[in-house]
Design a protein around this ligand. Structure first.
Ligand SMILES: Nc1ncnc2c1ncn2[C@@H]1O[C@H](COP(=O)(O)OP(=O)(O)OP(=O)(O)O)[C@@H](O)[C@H]1O
Ligand SMILES: [Mg+2]
Length: 208
């Protein structure tokens, strides 16, 4: 145990997903939330909601009153939007709050976080995730999602990990080493693209 790792350090594992995000903490807390964030749209919405921001199911339930964001796409933070970056940070903050992080004399426990990233996450998307974690956790480690699963299941050799999510389908072959780029593939078709194909536009319905 290192010097700074005292009883006051909370270790958390976070899976930031396109559709759902989860956290598992060293104090035994485990939570799953919907990856949605919303800000009240106007004065009327602010008066009704009485909170500056809603996260998860609460946000979905009040969607008509909110600027509602689902900030992840294909397993990564949506590109180019400040608001989506902010939304990801709110999801991370919300997840950590859910663990009942101790707040003593205005100084809170230290948070060490391990965050899963899709098999083929690019350098710049990892960088953006790191900056989203700033101010949320005191130290951050990014790990390949399929590798985290393989490690947890002790399936490190002769195993194929398949994770079909909302944004991506990830494949990772475990050959007894930390997976290289060659060992991992991410396909951009998963639950979301199936939903999109099932949504028949109204104008087409007339011809059925
Ligand atoms: N019971 C179910 N049967 C079939 N599909 C389901 C079921 N429950 C959820 N799904 C679908 O699974 C997907 C969500 O899976 P998951 O929570 O693993 O995704 P995610 O981790 O948020 O996404 P990603 O890993 O791509 O970022 C959604 O597309 C959802 O519609
Ligand atoms: Mg996932």
């Amino acid at each position: 145990m290192s010097m700074e790792e005292t009883n006051d350090t909370l270790c958390v594992g976070i899976d930031l997903g396109t559709s759902r995000s989860s956290i598992s903490a060293s104090n035994g807390e485990r939570h799953v939330i919907d990856s949605y964030v919303g800000w009240p749209l106007d004065m009327v919405a602010r008066k009704l909601i009485q909170k500056p921001i809603l996260v998860g199911r609460e946000a979905l339930d009040s969607r008509s009153m909110l600027d509602l964001r689902r900030p992840m796409e294909r397993g990564l933070i949506k590109d180019g939007s400040k608001k989506d970056e902010e939304a990801v940070q709110e999801i991370l903050r919300h997840l950590i709050t859910q663990t009942g992080l101790k707040q003593k004399n205005k100084t809170r426990s230290k948070v060490r976080a391990v965050v899963g990233v899709p098999a083929e996450a690019f350098r710049n998307s990892k960088q953006r995730l790191r900056s989203a974690m700033e101010g949320v956790a005191d130290s951050v480690m990014l790990v390949s999602e399929p590798f985290a699963v393989a490690y947890g299941l002790e399936a490190l050799l002769h195993a194929l990990i398949i994770d079909i999510g909302a944004g991506t389908a990830d494949f990772c072959v475990m050959q007894g080493r930390y997976p290289t780029e060659e060992d991992q593939r991410t396909l951009p078709n998963a639950g979301d693209s199936i939903d999109e194909q099932l949504l028949i536009p109204k104008r087409k319905l007339r011809f059925i």
